[in-house]
Design a protein around this ligand. Structure first.
Ligand SMILES: [Zn+2]
Length: 145
């Protein structure tokens, strides 16, 4: 979903899509289901990444032309099928893009900042010599001899 990714901090994240293809009681060929996931946008307050939930509902009826689309029951969105292939992916992508917030914010940016500090602390810890590494070294020497 390149267009969705272009609005995000990075292209990491997963979108789960579940679609059902059926013929309804009016003999319309319908596609129903949903897509949802979590993506990263930039917080407009602290400029750090913020997780944003996206969701798309799909409630489509396949039609062959605009005329048929006009006659659909209102609870369906028309899916005009002109060729054999139907571009469902870009359609879902559109819906996901629409579900993005206009502006993304952390609920509380200070929590985000303290997470950052925790990462920093963890990294400093890693740089300290590990007491077990000395033992490992000794063990390595014994193994070699
Ligand atoms: Zn923030």
């Amino acid at each position: 979903m390149p267009r969705l990714c272009s609005l995000l901090v990075d292209s990491h994240g997963e979108i789960h899509v579940s679609l059902k293809f059926a013929v309804d009681e009016q003999r319309l060929r319908v596609v129903t289901g949903s897509a949802h996931g979590s993506v990263m946008q930039t917080c407009q307050r602290c400029l750090e990444p913020v997780a944003v939930d996206v969701e798309a509902k799909v409630n489509l009826a396949m039609v062959l032309n605009e005329e048929q689309a006009k006659n659909l029951p209102r609870y369906y969105d028309p899916l005009i099928v002109e060729a054999e292939d139907v571009e469902l992916l870009s359609l879902i992508e559109d819906e996901l893009i629409l579900s993005l917030p206009l502006v993304a914010y952390h609920e509380d940016c200070s929590i985000q900042t303290s997470f950052g500090d925790a990462d920093e602390a963890a990294r400093t810890q890693e740089n300290k010599p590990n007491p077990f590494s000395v033992l490992a070294e000794l063990k390595g020497k014994t193994d070699k001899s």
